[in-house]
Write a protein of this length. Structure first.
Length: 1270
């Protein structure tokens, strides 16, 4: 991805960051140090994003605990004693064939390597961004200093139990080309004053949404032409009025037309070094409920670093002595204006050795997005710290003892949530709806957390119990204050300590940066199942050269343990845990002049600073290393060919009713190449297969104990009575055990589907966890039965563009008066639908009814003309009779216009060009001449209306010929006519000119056809309008049709509708849209739109990037964990959050979920959306009156209106419904066969004559069981 962008792979991301950023990514080089849970998440996201060179560094040996957050670690990696980097290499490379993933030959954190200028030069040569994960802050401060000296962007992130953070330093002067993802705001001008500081009024009632003191640029201003092209600062007065910082007293008078566009500023961001950000941090607030939470989290994190510096370890899990020491240290460091949150500190200290996959996912997404900013200068970088604490998942009381089997993959999770909550988690069920980008991320996290694995007995319970306080020899009560005597320097000045330890006598280290063009590039293409062309058993590693070398792997057999040495690893692990030293090349000699170091050549850093370990991820059982016996007890991953296993993975819908917990996932879509850029469970070889089945296979490799029930059915009204019944939803979300919490994970990409799933969850009282993304923005919402509002309560509308953004375009704007290029694109989309989908669909029904036979159609058309009873009797098929009786002039005219040859197709395309781009303009100018005025005397043709200019067809104009060619191709395909193939994308003008040699288009004839100008009339689905209601004209058209049929009586007639496919490049769907939209734009004097932007708008493509998906999935998964761990509904509502994310700013806002609203009924009762009233119908013959009486007796209310599916069954006071009272209620509601109940809408009398009737809660009428036929 250097010179060209593979749009079929990167299209969704390209819409987010733009072409220039995509090209910057294709030349970037990023170094990731640490491949734990958060590190591998960052690496995954950057590989999907298209970073040119991704260098990974983590010598830590894989352990079983890594499986809780490192989704590329497998049991075989543990048995082979591979490092985390080695285990991740091939999996990362397989994500994107355009990315060169390499394994660093040296490690920045391995103490087997002497940390000096040569090592740093070897690791960071030509690196644009260093990402440091899970590392001690003092060591991070040293590397931060090196990065600042060499203009390397620096990112530092950690996840420790329930605490996560990220720090960014992009140097003293970092230029931001575009501060956010939003396009510049644009609006039409109603008026501008002639004044020293004039007021500008926005046309219409749409707010300008401009920030205060921004700048705008003017164009197409009439009268006050001096403003055109000027950039002016503005002050916001109101949503419709702004004040201009320019004197217009000597300018011309504004005459009612003009456009203003926001000018996006270029920012220069200045960051402060990490060492100076320890005691005086710049914190980005995330929790709006508790704004001080970030400060408390920073205090806790720095205290962890102090604790680790003094004790050379993290606090032990649930160890009371360590907790007490930790809180005492925090009290000494805490900011003067901040009160110590002892409860939060205890939770963080107790869980810091754990890991939570949701936190890794969130910070992995945020950090990867910051790395993209670092190398592209696109969007605003973080300033400078961000924290997130998931303390709500920690048990209120510390576990006194638990029965965790040593070295379970769930140890890091249990360290955070406790064994009881872990047991609830593995026994829970979940229904995942949607398996796109968010669905894949959710399934990954579900697998890592062990949800629905049901392995509590085999992997957690064991007689080998463990007490957290057994590791300490002293009782907590005897812990004396004398133990709290760290060096005074630690408490007095952490900044000074960091500088002394990390910067002492180091001097300035210069890293040589080679020319980018000299770097070796690896650019395999799609088609191969392996993303990188490397021999089996070989790894491509980065060396001190700009080139790469091949290192052959010699995995250590499982039966041959390594020889012990006296060295320790970067995280303080024993020597046995370190990788084979033979895999590391000796340090090469550097070329003269490549490094400048003021210290002596054999300078060694301070011994104490060298011993600072990286943050350890050891479990509460400390230095456990997986042995062969324990590995044998672990379920091993397996590899199955997807094509052969898909059928087995698609389980029967009733499978979820079984007693065992499982995750049920459904998605009707199939994998496309464009999915591979952000849906990381899929690979090129999976294209064309069902998403749900492939995802099920992939996540079972992450956790083989996970039970997945994969379905390929659409969740919607059409499957409500067959597949996704209420009973199915209850079973899939919670199972047969009523004690299980119901869980529905919504991973949908449109508002209509979300609203439907939301309604089903409310009706069945199921908890729903909703999330969505659009570009760098995302949201999450929790929906809890009886507690919160539902998704639909927010009034989300499914109108507008992709994912419901935007309002419907007014009918007159779409048809006659486009104001913006997007209006032209929507017009082109409507023309495609009318010409190639809707009209052909209607004609296809007619043709198929008569077997596409000309003779049968001939007889049918003659019968309409003759109108004899004998002819009518000839239609034995009722469908034929109905279609002929409903025949309209427009249908017959469309039939008559069908081409017979390729030349006919070209000519029809030419006729459409004349009609759309010449005759339309002439008609508008005929109806509204250039000097036309409206009622108040103002010109008719003023913005937003634009006067059209007729376009004269020019065979040498590529845009003109492309429209004719693409229209002809689609028409030929629709009519089953062969057409020539193009060797290039440029239509041959010679072929078009030849087909049009003797063609003369019909001249324009003025007509009195009305033109709608009222903007309140909204666009409607294009109807098939009758050409004429006159029977005579219909018969004239039919006579033409009969003549055509008689001339081709031996050939079947074909007309197949074409559904628009945005990804169908072969048939030219987007090419037609592009040509049609831009020709219309030219006709109205609007800017030309690029083809790929036309594709986005016409295809309703939602911009997407993997970073946002990962962050949002992590946040909603945290809410899922809270839901499982909370013991009461009160605490659940208080601790849960809805999140709003914008990674381009970056911004994360967490708010309390809104409680469900109550409605008061006339009888004084209150109800919410979660309530439902029910009544058992006594018998099949129970009358409507008896039913109404039974409702009054049970609920004390008089029903005034009863309806079902918007059809009224009873309305009091209307004589029309009086006879219904005596009828059986079943005869009125008309249930379907097999229905056990019927849902009704009932309104009740308000109790006074003036008051309106009040609608009650949903009402379910339980039907009696019909007598058996036996």
């Amino acid at each position: 991805m250097c010179d060209e962008i593979d749009d079929s792979f990167y299209s969704r991301q390209r819409y987010v960051v733009g072409d220039q950023a995509m090209l910057s990514l294709s030349t970037a080089r990023v170094y990731i140090c640490g491949l734990g849970g958060v590190g591998v998440e960052i690496a995954k996201n950057l590989a999907l994003a298209g970073i040119k060179d991704l260098i990974i560094d983590d010598p830590s040996t894989c352990t079983i605990e890594d499986c809780a957050s490192q989704f590329f670690v497998r049991p075989e990696h543990i048995s082979q004693r591979l490092s985390r980097a080695e285990a991740s290499l091939n999996a990362l490379a397989a994500l994107n064939p355009y990315v060169n993933v390499t394994l660093s030959s040296y490690s920045l954190t391995c103490q087997k390597h002497r940390l000096d200028s040569q090592l740093i030069e070897a690791c960071l040569r030509d690196v644009d961004c260093l990402i440091l994960t899970d590392c001690h802050i003092f060591y991070a401060a040293f590397l931060n200093k090196v990065c600042r000296e060499n203009s390397i962007r620096f990112i530092y992130t950690n996840t420790m139990g329930v605490l996560g953070n990220i720090f960014c330093d992009f140097g003293t002067s970092f230029t931001v080309l575009s501060p956010d993802e939003e396009p510049p705001l644009e609006f039409f001008i109603e008026s501008i004053e002639n004044a020293e500081r004039p007021k500008l009024v926005i046309k219409g009632q749409i707010s300008h949404k401009l920030p205060d003191f921004c700048s705008i640029v003017f164009r197409e201003v009439r009268g006050m032409t001096e403003l055109n092209g000027r950039t002016v600062k503005v002050k916001v007065i109101s949503p419709l009025v702004i004040e201009l910082d320019i004197d217009t007293r000597n300018f011309g008078k504004f005459t009612g037309s003009g456009i203003a566009t926001e000018v996006k500023p270029t920012l220069v961001v200045s960051h402060i070094p990490l060492a100076k950000q320890i005691e005086k941090p710049s914190l980005s607030s995330t929790d709006l409920v508790d704004p001080a939470s970030s400060s408390h989290a920073h205090v806790a994190f720095i205290t962890l670093m102090i604790f680790m510096y003094e004790k050379h370890r993290l606090p032990r899990t649930w160890c009371k002595k360590d907790i007490l020491l930790f809180t005492k240290l925090a009290e000494r460091f805490c900011f003067s204006d901040l009160k110590v949150d002892t409860q939060l500190l205890e939770k963080i200290a107790s869980t810091c050795r754990g890991q939570l996959a949701p936190l890794c996912s969130f910070f992995g997404g945020v950090a990867a997005q910051e790395a993209i900013k670092a190398v592209t200068h696109q969007f605003t970088p973080l300033n400078q710290w961000m924290y997130l604490v998931a303390d709500a998942v920690v048990p209120e009381t510390l576990p006194q003892a638990h029965t965790l089997r040593r070295s379970s993959r769930y140890d890091p999770i249990v360290a955070c949530i406790g064994p009881e909550n872990m047991e609830k988690l593995v026994k829970a069920r979940a229904f995942v709806v949607g398996c796109g980008a968010i669905g894949c991320e959710l399934l990954k996290i579900v697998a890592l957390l062990g949800l629905s694995t049901g392995v509590v007995n085999s992997q957690i319970n064991n007689s080998d119990s463990f007490n957290p306080d057994e590791e300490t020899s002293e009782a907590t009560a005897s812990f004396a204050s004398s133990d709290l005597e760290p060096p005074p320097l630690v408490i007095r000045s952490l900044r000074q300590l960091a500088e002394e330890l990390s910067f002492r006598d180091v001097g300035v280290i210069r890293v040589h940066r080679a020319e980018v063009s000299a770097l070796r590039r690896h650019e395999p293409g799609f088609g191969d199942t392996s993303a990188l062309d490397r021999p089996v058993g070989e790894l491509r590693t980065a060396t001190s050269d700009s080139d790469s070398q091949i290192v052959r792997l010699r995995p250590v057999p499982a039966a041959q343990p390594r020889e012990a040495t006296n060295t320790t690893g970067p995280r303080g692990e024993p020597a046995a845990d370190l990788g084979d030293t033979s895999l590391v090349n000796p340090l090469p000699l550097l070329s003269n002049g490549s490094v400048t170091n003021s210290a002596s050549s054999d300078h060694r850093f301070d011994e104490r600073s060298l011993r600072l370990p990286m943050i350890t991820r050891i479990s509460s059982h400390s230095d456990y290393d997986a042995d062969l016996e324990s590995l044998a007890q672990q379920p091993r991953s397996y590899s199955v060919q997807i094509a052969d296993s898909c059928a087995g993975l698609i389980s029967n819908a009733n499978a979820s009713n079984s007693g065992e917990p499982c995750v049920t996932v459904t998605d009707m879509d199939y994998i496309e190449k464009s999915n591979l850029n952000r849906q990381f469970l899929f690979r090129p070889e999976h294209v064309g297969l069902a998403k749900s089945t492939v995802a099920a296979q992939s996540v079972r490799q992450i956790n083989p104990a996970l039970k997945v029930n994969a379905l390929v059915s659409k969740l919607g009204p059409e499957t409500e009575q067959t597949v996704f019944t209420d009973a199915f939803l209850q079973a899939a979300a919670s199972g047969d055990d009523k004690a299980n919490l119901p869980i529905v994970l919504a991973a949908l990409d449109n508002i209509e589907a979300r609203n439907y799933l939301d309604a089903r969850c409310v009706a069945n009282r199921l908890a729903m966890f909703e999330s969505g993304t659009q570009g760098t923005k995302g949201h999450t919402q929790v929906v809890f039965p009886g507690l919160t509002e539902s998704y639909s309560s927010q009034g989300n509308s499914s109108s507008g563009g992709a994912d419901g953004d935007g309002d419907a375009i007014p009918y007159c704007t779409l048809k006659s008066f486009p104001a913006k290029p997007v209006d032209c694109i929507e017009w082109a989309r409507e023309k495609f639908f009318t010409q190639f989908t809707l009209k052909p669909r209607v004609l296809e029904q007619l043709l198929k009814a008569f077997s596409c036979s000309p003779s049968q159609l001939l007889t049918a058309f003659k019968s309409v003309i003759v109108e004899g009873s004998e002819e009518e009797a000839a239609f034995e098929n009722p469908n034929q009779r109905n279609l002929i009786h409903q025949l309209t002039g427009s249908q017959v005219a469309f039939f008559n216009s069908r081409p017979r040859t390729w030349q006919d197709c070209i000519r029809v395309g030419r006729e459409k060009f004349e009609k759309y781009f010449k005759h339309k303009a002439l008609h508008l100018l005929y109806k509204f001449p250039p000097d036309a005025t409206v009622e108040d005397g103002k010109p008719f043709w003023q913005l937003p209306r634009r006067s059209p200019t007729p376009i004269q067809f020019d065979a040498s104009n590529q845009l003109h010929t492309r429209f004719v060619w693409t229209f002809a191709r689609l028409l030929a395909y629709q009519s089953d006519i062969e057409f020539p193939a193009l060797e290039s994308n440029t239509p041959p003008s010679s072929l078009i000119a030849e087909a049009l040699a003797d063609f003369t288009p019909a001249p324009f004839t003025p007509s009195q056809k009305e033109v709608v100008t009222d903007t309140s009339v909204k666009a409607k689905p294009a109807p098939v309008e009758p050409l004429s209601d006159s029977k005579a004209e219909l018969q004239t058209l039919l006579k033409v049709a009969i003549e055509r049929l008689q001339s081709r009586a031996d050939r079947l007639i074909t007309c197949r509708p074409i559904e628009f496919d945005k990804d169908n490049e072969a048939d030219g769907h987007v090419d037609f849209m592009d040509a049609a939209a831009n020709l219309r734009a030219q006709m109205y004097g609007l800017p030309i739109t690029s083809r790929y932007e036309v594709k986005r708008i016409a295809g309703r493509i939602i911009p997407a990037i993997a970073t946002t998906t990962a962050a949002v999935a992590g946040l909603i998964s945290l809410e899922l964990l809270k839901y499982v761990c909370c013991r009461s509904s009160e605490s659940l509502l208080a601790l849960s959050r809805n999140h709003f994310v914008n990674l381009s700013l970056p911004s994360t806002m967490s708010v309390l979920p809104a409680p469900c609203r109550s409605t008061k009924l006339p009888n004084g009762m209150l109800y919410t959306i979660w309530d439902r009233w029910e009544l058992q119908l006594p018998s099949l013959q129970t009358s409507l009156k008896d039913t109404i009486d039974a409702i009054k007796a049970k609920y004390g209310l008089e029903a005034s209106l009863i309806s079902r599916k918007s059809r009224p069954i009873y309305m009091s006071g209307f004589p029309k419904f009086a006879p219904c009272l005596k009828k059986p209620v079943l005869s009125l509601i008309e249930p379907e066969p097999g229905d056990a109940y019927v849902d009704l809408v009932i309104a009740y009398e308000a109790g006074s004559e003036d008051a309106l009737d009040v609608e009650g809660p949903p009402f379910r009428l339980i039907l009696p069981i019909p007598p058996s036929s036996d």
